[in-house]
Design a protein around this ligand. Structure first.
Ligand code: NI
Length: 181
């Protein structure tokens, strides 16, 4: 089995708001989530949204123990969210570096709210509400943006804080850029 390819910035499907999932008994839902999991694992993402693999539905997944793409970030629990929304629990925003599987090789500094409460449905159609902070909250805001057709470069405040990973890596993470052999 090959993963679905990740759509890249410039693809109109990444600029289109995704559709609300209305039918939790739809057997395609399980399959879509399996494809998302597989793509996230294969490409090493800390999160992924359905539109990134060409599925026009409001579904996101995220979570990791250790991420080579974000080596200094603490683990985030693995979570599947359907029709996620969030409210901010603070006015405070923090600027930090983000990347995206749909924007390969680039990083940008993006402001995000530091504390949010999200609500969403799980695969059984039950509603969940959880408070998230820091990088965990950042991922959710990033992935929810995908569902609205927004990519992180649109959120960068100072475009001087946008560039290639190989040049920024050491400054961001304090370790040399991992060169794959
Ligand atoms: Ni992304």
């Amino acid at each position: 089995m090959k993963p679905f390819p990740i759509l890249k910035m410039g693809d109109p499907k990444l600029q289109t708001p995704a559709k609300v999932v209305a039918d939790f008994s739809d057997p395609h839902l399980q399959k879509d989530i399996a494809e998302l999991k597989f793509a996230m694992k294969t490409f090493g993402g800390v999160g992924i949204s359905a539109p990134q693999i060409g599925i026009n539905k409001r579904i996101i997944l995220f979570g990791f123990e250790h991420s080579a793409r974000y080596p200094t970030e603490k683990p985030v629990p693995f979570t599947i969210l359907i029709n996620p929304t969030y409210t901010t629990l603070t006015e405070q925003q923090e600027e930090s570096w983000e990347g995206c599987l749909s924007v390969p090789g680039l990083r940008g500094k993006v402001p995000r709210f530091t504390r949010i409460e999200y609500s969403a449905f799980n695969l059984d159609g039950n509603e969940i509400k959880i408070i998230a902070e820091g990088f965990h909250a950042r991922i959710i805001q990033h992935e929810c943006d995908h569902l609205d057709g927004v990519l992180f470069p649109e959120r960068i405040v100072d475009m001087k804080n946008f560039g290639f990973e190989e040049l920024l890596w050491e400054k961001i993470y304090g370790v040399p850029y991992p060169v794959s052999s």
